[in-house]
Design a protein around this ligand. Structure first.
Ligand SMILES: Cc1ncc(COP(=O)(O)O)c(C=O)c1O
Length: 436
């Protein structure tokens, strides 16, 4: 098969390098991808943290196909289909109690921007429309739409896009500290990092702040698990000052941490949770924002007269085909008890990851659930080593996502020990090389 690579502008990709040495997958099944020339690669990142139930699930394909032939599209402005209501109900059963209302989007980025608007609408509805500031964290990734870019704390994602001119955002420190190196699970820390939120409050005034957004585990930057007690402290500070707490669970949601949501793993209930990725097992684009009932009631209750209470939504919000894919995925997760299966595999997985310590290319290891970050020793420029390593792993038969000089290793929840072993073997061989 020859493929003309001249016309697509690839996202988050070195386009010139891709043209020179394309990495094209043509098939996927279970925990494997196949390239055009028939080579099999193990999938060490669940695609892009989406395919929790493994690739090529016939249950999802059949549900999608049935849905396309039954009701391929419904507008969701003033109309609806029963499917999105069914999905909302199913998700509310999985979510922390009280997060009962689901707003549907098509991606993680849209979920984040929708959550920002919901926070603003909520405060305005309660007569505190002056709360327009957001708090987020250094090293955060909240997608690529303008709201999420303003929240984000990754320089390359911000610097081209005038992020300074975007909504008022104050950044707390990231949570990594030198003494946490090689501590898998929740690291210990004597520093009260969450007090950064109090410092921002002291600078700007609590009554200017709408919401504090955090990834419960900072995923895309390379998996940084916050110290024990950190998220609970944020919750307490937000409660004291009337600030909404938002967990961006686009990666951590839907089972990655061993429970349906990281909020449950860490036993901290936010006011809003964003999700996407594994919601449909990656088969169809979809995201969602789970909102506390009280927020919905406030926004809807404050609206006077007829007409929408919240002027926001997407043509494809609650798309019937995406809903069918999500419902079929949730059925698989339930019937195969995949969140518990992942939780059970986690100690073995993390032990295998810690076995990479001491390899010449490894400078730190982090992880929780079935999500781990492998920090590489720095190369000549930031990201150069990461890029070489992902290519070497690709050649050696392992697909993983790298960000800068970190590998994000996160196999599907259906993985067995032997899958982890096979992936770790490849990692050991490649990261064991002195010169890379
Ligand atoms: C925490 C978080 N938020 C938002 C996003 C953006 O999601 P999407 O790429 O679906 O827009 C991501 C993607 O990795 C993410 O990890």
């Amino acid at each position: 098969m020859t493929t003309n690579l001249d016309h697509q502008w690839m996202p988050f990709t070195d386009n010139r390098e891709f043209q020179r040495a394309p990495q094209l997958f043509v098939r996927a099944k279970g925990l494997s991808y196949w390239t055009a020339d028939g080579r099999e690669l193990l999938d060490g990142s669940s695609g892009l943290f989406c395919s929790a139930a493994g690739h090529g699930r016939s249950e999802i394909a059949e549900a999608v196909s049935r849905q396309l032939m039954t009701l391929d599209f419904t507008p969701h402005f003033q109309r609806g289909s029963p499917l999105s209501f069914e999905l909302a109900e199913r998700l509310s059963e999985l979510l922390p109690e009280g997060l009962n209302k689901l707003f549907f989007t098509n991606s993680g980025s849209e979920s984040v921007d929708s959550a920002m608007k919901i926070a603003l609408a909520y405060h305005r509805a309660r007569g505190e429309g002056q709360r327009t500031r957001f708090v987020s964290r250094e090293w955060a990734y909240h997608g690529v739409n303008f709201g999420g870019v303003a929240l984000s704390g990754m320089m390359r994602n911000r610097q081209t896009f005038a992020a300074g001119g975007l909504p008022h955002v104050s950044h707390m420190r990231h949570t990594w500290q030198q003494e946490q190196r090689f501590q898998l699970g929740e690291p210990n820390s004597d520093t009260d990092l969450a007090s950064d939120l109090e410092r921002i409050i002291a600078t700007h005034g609590a009554d200017s702040i709408a919401a504090c957004f955090v990834e419960p585990i900072a995923g895309s930057i390379g998996v940084y698990v916050p110290p024990a007690g950190y998220l609970k402290r944020l919750r307490d500070i937000c409660d004291t000052h009337g600030i909404l707490l938002v967990f961006d669970e686009v990666i951590t949601g839907i089972g990655r941490t061993g429970k349906a949501f990281a909020a449950q793993s860490f036993n901290v209930k936010p006011d809003i949770i964003t999700m996407a990725k594994a919601l449909t097992n990656g088969a169809v684009p979809m995201g969602a924002v789970a909102v506390d009932q009280a927020i919905f009631d406030t926004v809807v209750g404050a609206s006077k007269g007829a007409g929408p209470e919240f002027f926001h939504g997407y043509t494809y919000s609650g798309h019937p085909v995406a809903c069918a894919a999500a419902l079929a995925s949730l059925d698989i997760y339930r019937d195969e008890d995949l969140f518990a299966k992942g939780e059970k595999l986690s100690p073995y997985f993390l032990e295998c990851v810690s076995g990479l310590r001491g390899l010449p290319q490894v400078s730190d290891l982090r992880g929780y659930g079935l999500l781990s970050g492998i920090q590489l020793t720095p190369g000549e420029t930031p990201g150069a080593k990461g890029n070489r390593v992902q290519r070497a792993l690709y050649e050696a038969g392992l697909h993983v996502k790298t960000t800068g000089d970190a590998i994000i290793f996160a196999p599907a929840l259906v993985a067995e020990r032997q899958h982890v072993d096979a992936m770790i073997d490849i990692l050991k061989t490649t990261l064991g090389q002195e010169n890379l």
